[in-house]
Design a protein. Structure first.
Length: 190
């Protein structure tokens, strides 16, 4: 039986490169994959999976009203696997569609994304992936400032100061994010 996977990790934990790797593995065996990403514009170009090491490829952007289930239904033949980048930005309805894709077509669906936002609240997509996924896997990376595991994301403003309030998703702006451990999140050496 195919499963719904939620692979989460802090910033820079290699989520996008993993998507590109999984897609490549399928395609090497002549199996087709559908790659989606959130259509929310957070500086990266919309409609691409971009990895930090420079590799990138086109992906289908998911907007508020996108029906992912219908999109997969319309494919002929049915893809062998569905991959989603930035799954944290999806809404509950999207996540239910992902579960239905797995259950209807018996193909694996893998969602990759952040678990918690910079204020340590769950993103909507992540909340429902935690509830609906068959398999939940942490992608590990190290804290930007020390040697502990990074489990949180620190928002830093344009002048290098940590930020703890504001909108969950920033469109534009010049804030940046660092993968950090819990201690460095509340007390970053900045
Ligand atoms: Zn740390």
């Amino acid at each position: 039986m195919a499963q719904l996977f939620f692979k989460y990790g802090a910033m820079n934990s290699g989520k996008s490169i993993e998507i590109l790797k999984v897609a490549n593995n399928y395609e090497e065996q002549n199996k087709s994959v559908l790659i989606f990403t959130s259509g929310i514009d957070t500086r990266d170009e919309v409609g691409y999976v971009s990895s930090r090491i420079g590799l990138r490829r086109k992906a289908i952007p998911i907007f508020e009203g996108t029906n992912i289930l219908q999109y997969v239904k319309d494919q002929e033949p049915t893809p062998h696997c569905v991959l989603i980048d930035e799954v944290q930005f999806l809404n509950k309805e999207h996540v239910l569609q992902l579960a239905e894709i797995v259950d209807t077509f018996d193909i694996p669906v893998m969602g990759f994304g952040l678990k918690n936002d910079f204020q340590n609240e769950l993103f909507e997509g992540s909340r429902y992936m935690l509830i609906y996924a068959d398999k939940i896997e942490e992608m590990k990376t190290i804290c930007w400032f020390c040697a502990r595991k990074a489990t949180m994301n620190l928002r830093v403003d344009g002048s290098g100061k940590p930020v703890y309030t504001g909108d969950q998703i920033q469109i534009g702006g010049n804030d940046s994010y660092y993968p950090v451990c819990r201690r460095c999140h509340s007390n970053p050496p900045l």
